[in-house]
Design a binder for this molecule. Structure first.
Ligand SMILES: Nc1ncnc2c1ncn2[C@@H]1O[C@H](COP(=O)(O)OP(=O)(O)OP(=O)(O)O)[C@@H](O)[C@H]1O
Ligand SMILES: [Mg+2]
Length: 356
């Protein structure tokens, strides 16, 4: 097996009394793109700074390409780690031209080769023609491209990107994500990309590492996290989710939306059932069957690719509010009634004690 491009092993770091990383571990294979995903303050940036050599942990180890760069006895400075990083604010040097910004990291090359290499890197990010501009003359997206060229020009084996697209508007962000992913893959660098946007993580990541409170909650492919979340936190991190109460009975989970998937839990075990909005299907009146759960439309909103239905379950003692996400051109009237079907694949059952 090849050496991991990056490994954080059981890293612990505290700022004064605050535990920012609490046994954080991560392994990145060569050429792999891993997205570090999690809520604000969970320790994503700290993990990257640790890998880059900008923070020293209390305990644990950091290895790059199989070599220990941080442990109790070792601390290799950032410039010796063959790592390129790109932080949220791009941090271009304001007094240097675009070309010189990109050439800056190429001190190791003979002088005559530096500017041609920088020019080639700018061409790769479609910024040729801007060589003599200064950073303040560029838009956010253009600065982002230059920063990316600067990160890639040294041909690093490891690339660390901290929320690189957060300052861009939606369409530019989508374009930059796509370009960046192709450039990273083309360069064959392994990359850790920090984001708090699950869709971005699924778009960019070969694998996703989901963090909370300084620890890894779950890691796996986007499919694994989306279809098999380990706990309610992981289930709800990928977008808004419905939660209804349920109870095990005769090998099934009984909920206000009917009997959902089989279970081995003993009878009367109380559970929370988390249902993704796109798991709920609205069935028109002519396809209903006896005992089917029914709901009334409260409002329906077009969101572009999809529409969101706000529904109230009928025949319930206390009103239960449900969101369903359906195809964008389906916008029923307020008060219309539908039967509800549920896709088990996007429905997750957790024992009540696991939900906080
Ligand atoms: N220099 C510091 N001194 C004290 N506390 C810090 C310092 N840097 C970070 N922290 C704290 O450590 C925790 C983790 O911070 P970190 O920047 O890694 O979070 P993050 O996951 O990147 O969040 P965000 O999504 O908001 O960028 C936060 O609660 C933060 O307040
Ligand atoms: Mg951060």
């Amino acid at each position: 097996m090849p050496e991991a491009a990056l490994e954080l092993a059981n890293v612990r770091l505290t700022y004064k009394n605050f535990v920012a990383l609490d046994g954080m571990s991560l392994r990145l294979e060569p050429g792999e793109v891993v997205c570090l995903l999690g809520p604000s303050g969970c320790g994503k940036t700290t993990s990257l700074r640790m890998a880059a050599g900008l923070e020293q942990p209390e305990s644990g180890e950091v290895r790059i390409d199989g070599k220990v760069v941080t442990d109790q006895k070792t601390f290799l400075p950032p410039e010796k780690r063959n790592v390129a990083f790109m932080f949220q604010d791009y941090a271009l040097f304001p007094h240097l031209t675009v070309l010189k910004n990109v050439a800056f990291g190429l001190k190791a090359l003979p002088k005559a080769e530096r500017l041609p290499a920088a020019r080639a890197a700018l061409k790769r990010v479609s910024m040729d023609g801007y060589e003599e501009h200064y950073p303040h003359m560029l838009s956010g997206g253009q600065q982002q491209r230059v920063a990316l060229a600067r990160a890639l020009v040294t041909k690093p084996k490891l690339l660390l990107l901290d929320e690189p697209f957060s300052g861009l508007d939606i369409s530019l962000r989508a374009e930059m994500r796509d370009d960046t992913l192709h450039l990273i893959k083309e360069s064959q660098a392994a990359a850790v990309l920090v984001t708090h946007d699950p869709e971005e993580a699924m778009f960019m990541g070969d694998r996703i590492v989901l963090m909370d409170k300084g620890q890894v909650v779950q890691e796996g492919t986007p499919q694994e996290l989306y279809f098999n979340p380990k706990n309610p936190f992981a289930a709800s991190f990928f977008g808004e989710i419905n939660m209804v109460p349920g109870e095990a009975k005769d090998g099934e989970i009984i909920t206000p939306l009917g009997a959902i998937r089989s279970t081995e839990l003993p009878d009367n075990t109380e559970v929370d059932v988390l249902i993704r909005p796109e798991a709920i299907h609205l069935c028109p009146c002519d396809t209903l069957f006896e005992g089917m759960p029914m709901a009334e439309v409260e409002t329906s909103r077009l969101l572009g690719k999809s529409s969101l239905m706000h529904l109230t379950l009928l025949d319930e003692e206390h009103p239960i509010h449900i969101h369903a996400r359906v195809q964008g051109n389906f916008l029923p009237e307020i008060g219309e009634k539908f039967g509800l079907g549920v896709n088990n694949e996007l429905t997750f059952v957790f024992e009540r004690s696991a939900t906080t």
